[in-house]
Design a binder for this molecule. Structure first.
Ligand code: NDP
Length: 321
């Protein structure tokens, strides 16, 4: 089998490289591709790469993710987040391939008071969210227009991703070394998602125990760990774990000040509620892990705190924050 992974230098792409290496898929040819090998804003480059590599499984971990900059770079955001996924979907339906694509809580406006279901209407607030929503719609449209029983897709919506790269937790730990007090937004709700956790759950979804493609219902899936939190709580938790792990910080959790989002204006609007209900993937993971893979089920049932604590401890231990 040929596996093509886009976004090799991003948080999720790096996590895929590490998880796929751990799984020792020696019998498969895996192509990891970054911006230098294929610029996703260039449709011809994508088509040529697909022709050369002939993937049976495409993992699209690349995206235009600069949320505030997207307000200025609208065409570029749409080219990468909407047009590129459409081309990948066209290849998948033509060749009978599997497409694994990632999306975001930002496709919702965040006004719902409970967790969003996969079936809830999209209503993105900013350009980034709109371009990601357009990518979701493009994939759905291509698959609906060209039914091929061999082809399948999963769009995994996730939130608050952290891994090997820039993210909120790393920013907080850097600021915690520099400052004695810090204001953090306390009225935006979501779930921190570890990139390796997400890569591992994604692979469990698409590959069986023999590392062959499994079939699953094409569609939207919400992929986040259990629980929920706010940026403020996540900051307090991360700082406390770092202190417990021996980090030399000026900041203490009791000097983190909870503020409303209105006190921290940013160029792009963010959803106040990023909670995603896990029902679709819950059913699938239950079916997949029934009897055969208890570890995967336990991983799926993990709450956000444990992987965040592991991540922070690792950053402190290796002085990477
Ligand atoms: P990153 O920003 O860490 O990585 C994105 C990758 O996409 C980068 O390696 C970047 O390349 C690559 N990329 C950007 N533009 C192009 C281009 N024109 N051609 C080729 N590659 C390009 O993102 P994450 O790993 O955190 O995100 C993974 C997925 O999860 C994305 O779909 C994102 O929308 C989604 N998501 C992320 C969240 C988060 O908090 N980070 C939250 C919710 C969803 P380069 O390294 O060269 O810049």
């Amino acid at each position: 089998m040929n596996i093509l992974v886009f976004g090799k230098d991003g948080q999720l792409g790096k996590a895929f490289q590490s998880v796929l290496t751990d799984q020792k898929l020696g019998e498969h040819r895996i192509h990891y591709v970054g911006r230098a090998q294929c610029d996703l804003s260039n449709a011809d480059a994508i088509t040529n790469l697909l022709r050369e590599t002939k993937p049976n499984l495409i993992i699209n971990a690349a995206a235009y993710t600069a949320v505030d900059q997207a307000e200025q770079e609208i065409d570029l955001a749409y080219a990468i987040n909407a047009n590129a996924p459409a081309i990948l979907a066209q290849y998948a339906v033509k060749e009978g391939a599997t497409l694994l694509h990632y999306s975001t809580d930002y496709v919702f406006d965040g006004t719902k008071t409970t967790a969003y279901f996969e079936s809830d209407a999209r209503n993105p607030l900013g350009v980034y969210g709109k371009s990601k929503a357009a990518g979701e719609e493009a994939i759905e449209k291509v698959f609906a227009a060209h039914p091929n029983p061999q082809a399948q897709f999963a769009i995994l919506r996730t939130s608050w991703v952290y891994g090997d790269g820039g993210n909120f937790i790393r920013t907080i730990l850097r600021l915690a070394r520099e400052r004695e007090s810090l204001k953090v937004i306390a009225n935006q709700y979501g779930v921190p998602t570890s990139a390796p956790w997400l890569a591992s759950i994604s692979l469990a979804m698409v590959l069986d125990e023999n590392h062959q493609l499994r079939s699953f219902p094409s569609g939207l899936y919400h992929a986040i760990p259990q629980g929920e939190t706010t940026w403020y709580e996540l900051a307090c938790f991360s700082v406390q774990v770092a202190l417990d792990a021996g980090a030399d910080l000026k900041l203490r959790p009791d000097r983190i000040i909870a503020i409303p989002a209105s006190e921290y204006p940013l160029p792009a609007p963010r959803p106040m509620n990023s909670r995603l209900a896990r029902s679709a993937l819950d059913a699938l993971m239950n079916q997949i892990s029934k009897g055969s893979d208890v570890t995967k089920w336990q991983q799926w049932q993990q709450s956000w705190q444990e992987p965040v604590a592991d991540y922070v401890q690792d950053l402190v231990l290796h002085k990477r924050s």
